[in-house]
Design a protein around this ligand. Structure first.
Ligand SMILES: [Zn+2]
Length: 403
């Protein structure tokens, strides 16, 4: 099994002196980028050949020696190579597009304003990350110092590999690539299908006939109630008053807390499902699933839309994207086969899992009851359709090819 690389973004909180150092590093790398581009162009014009990445690294190493002999600043050597590599990548892209007969777009000189920042190749060389799940993290950057960072601390098993320092409209960010050693996750031996529903967070059915309906946990509901309460108070406050500010910060902290609770919940449930399955099937993510919010869906419009469409609209109702992503990578770790069902073709919510007849359900029909005598909660029936489809697929694969 291959290891996985994932990127994590941290917001950086430099002090004034660090901010100035970071700006001057950005100037430095911008100049290096422009020089490398210019040198490639002029070498080609004068001598008729292009410079490669390694040519430019060699030239730069000589420059660095001369610069340091004259007491002129050099940035971390590897970070300079990363900038030279970016020039290489710009040319690679240019030649690739040229080959594909697309609009090629010769690598351009970047305006300083549009130059985002610089990067590092290996952890410990020019940068060092220090993450503490209880406190805010920090990163050491050469020529800058130790800068406070904030972001996802859940990286227990990730090994930091490379990093990029980026300037955006709203400040500086550190983007770190973590390598996750492929861990052997336990898998089960059932075939299961999952429906991400309206009444329950998810419904899981399997080939042994088990039906498991997963609800949003009580602590999420509690937090949700608390949030609504705070928001009601907040709405009644005089704008920008002391109380208003206080409540505002309470609300934002609670949002963060709920976010973490949801992450934990997703992590826990997806681990449970994967550890008991050999095959897992679900519907592809589509707009029907994605737009589920206070407004509900065409199939099932929400109640009290106006009241819900404030900040709290989607807390118990978050998009399934994170849940599916978690299932996906855990399935990969465990070697569980994922089957993603084509919703439009399969119509899980309209099809009878027993006899296969297709009938549209009305908005309020929460139960599937078919003329063939089969009846089940709507979510269960549609998970069952997906399961049948997945089992059909796996049978098809085992069947010998007809001669
Ligand atoms: Zn039927």
């Amino acid at each position: 099994m291959n290891s996985l690389i994932r990127k994590v973004q941290y917001k950086m909180y430099p002090n004034q002196a660090q901010l100035e150092s970071m700006e001057s590093l950005r100037v430095h790398h911008h100049q290096l980028y422009c020089w490398a581009l210019k040198d490639r162009i002029s070498t080609y014009k004068e001598f008729g050949y292009g410079l490669s990445f390694s040519d430019q690294c060699k030239i730069n190493t000589q420059y660095r020696q001369r610069r340091s002999a004259h007491g002129i600043f050099n940035a971390n050597a590897q970070s300079e190579q990363v900038t030279l590599k970016r020039v290489q990548l710009a040319f690679d892209g240019f030649f690739r597009r040229l080959k594909e007969n697309r609009k090629a777009g010769f690598p351009r000189f970047k305006q300083f304003e549009r130059f985002k920042g610089w990067g590092y190749k290996s952890h410990g060389d020019g940068w060092k990350l220090s993450l503490n799940p209880k406190k805010h993290g920090a990163v050491y950057l050469a020529d800058v110092g130790i800068v406070k960072i904030r972001g996802q601390a859940r990286n227990e098993r990730g090994v930091p590999k490379t990093a990029e320092v980026l300037k955006r409209q709203d400040g500086w960010y550190l983007s770190v690539s973590f390598e996750y050693p492929a861990i052997q996750r336990e898998a089960g031996n059932r075939a299961a299908a999952l429906d991400w529903g309206l009444e329950h967070y998810a419904t899981v059915v399997d080939d042994t006939g088990n039906v498991d309906q997963i609800d949003n946990p009580r602590y999420l509901r509690k937090s949700q109630e608390k949030l609504s309460e705070l928001q009601r108070e907040f709405a009644l406050c005089k704008k920008r008053s002391r109380e208003w500010k206080f409540l505002k910060s309470c609300i934002s902290r609670l949002h963060q807390k709920i976010g973490n609770q949801r992450k934990d919940f997703i992590h826990q449930k997806s681990a449970e499902i994967i550890s008991t399955s050999a095959i897992l099937a679900f519907e592809e993510l589509n707009t029907k699933n994605m737009t589920r919010s206070a407004k509900g869906t065409v199939e099932s419009p929400g109640k009290r839309v106006k009241q819900k469409s404030g900040l709290n609209k989607s807390i118990l109702d978050a998009s399934p994207a994170a849940f599916y992503a978690s299932l996906r990578y855990k399935a990969e770790d465990a070697g569980v086969l994922l089957e993603v069902a084509p919703t439009r073709k399969l119509k899980p919510s309209q099809t009878c899992p027993k006899c296969g007849s297709v009938k549209k359900k009305t908005l309020s029909e929460r139960t599937h009851s078919c003329e063939c005598g089969y009846s089940a909660p709507r979510d269960v029936a549609s998970a069952q359709v997906v399961l049948n489809w997945a089992l059909g697929n796996s049978q098809a694969r085992n069947e010998p090819v007809a001669a």
